[in-house]
Design a protein around this ligand. Structure first.
Ligand SMILES: Cc1cc2nc3c(=O)[nH]c(=O)nc-3n(C[C@H](O)[C@H](O)[C@H](O)COP(=O)(O)O)c2cc1C
Length: 194
């Protein structure tokens, strides 16, 4: 498959960057073709301009889109599947990835006369400081799945899944070191079997 990977983390020494590395290694070993948008690396603009806001809220799909948005949409059109690799920030993705959706999921492409192709698969790989037990107990896992899989992907992919790599926090170094190897192995397998 042609897989478009949207990677979003500000730090190359992070665990999320390691997940990104192992996942894309798995994709390549699995014979997949990989295209990457490194949102911090490319300094993707994520705030809507006033014109962009008006275009979206007035359903003016006839108005032009910025070249950086069109570039992202072309990567989606050329892909069979999409994957997002990011850390959980306040039970969401970093603002940079949220803003990517604000701009790339545009009127006439992702909604209202939706022209976006249906992808075969959408996969979210999110690293979280909290434990899985806590994410489930608080309802935060369900909230993240509802927003990402239910709203942002919805019917835009035939198959959709979120995998959370939990317990990744310097608050508990012992837990972090214990969880790392199994999470990295999972990321590699998710790439291999995409
Ligand atoms: C601004 C901010 C908000 C965060 N919010 C959450 C959160 O809501 N839930 C959570 O489990 N972890 C949260 N974390 C922890 C990150 O998810 C953590 O950085 C992540 O597990 C990945 O580690 P890494 O930065 O080394 O890749 C937050 C971290 C930051 C910097």
């Amino acid at each position: 498959m042609n897989v478009f990977v949207v990677y979003c983390h500000p730090n190359k020494d992070s665990f999320t960057h390691m997940i990104f590395g192992r996942f894309t290694e798995g994709l390549r070993d699995g014979g997949h073709t990989v295209t990457v948008s490194d949102l911090y690396g490319m300094d993707f603009r994520t705030d809507l301009t006033e014109e962009e806001y008006l275009r979206e809220t007035h359903y003016r799909s006839d108005l032009p889109l910025s070249e950086d948005v069109l570039l992202e949409q072309r990567k989606i059109e050329a892909a069979d599947g999409i994957a997002f690799v990011y850390p959980v920030f306040w039970t969401e993705a970093p603002a940079k990835l949220v803003g990517w959706f604000d701009r790339v999921w545009s009127c006439g492409f992702a909604y209202a006369d939706c022209n976006m192709k249906q992808l075969k698969k959408a996969l979210f790989l999110a690293s979280a400081g909290k434990t899985m037990e806590s994410l489930i107990e608080t309802g935060n896992l369900r909230a993240m799945e509802t927003v990402m899989l239910g709203d942002r992907i919805n019917e835009r992919a035939a198959e959709k899944r979120m995998v959370v790599f939990d317990g990744i926090s310097h608050y508990d170094e012992e837990l972090l070191q214990r969880m790392k190897p199994q999470h990295l192995e999972t990321a590699y397998k998710l790439g291999l079997e995409f």
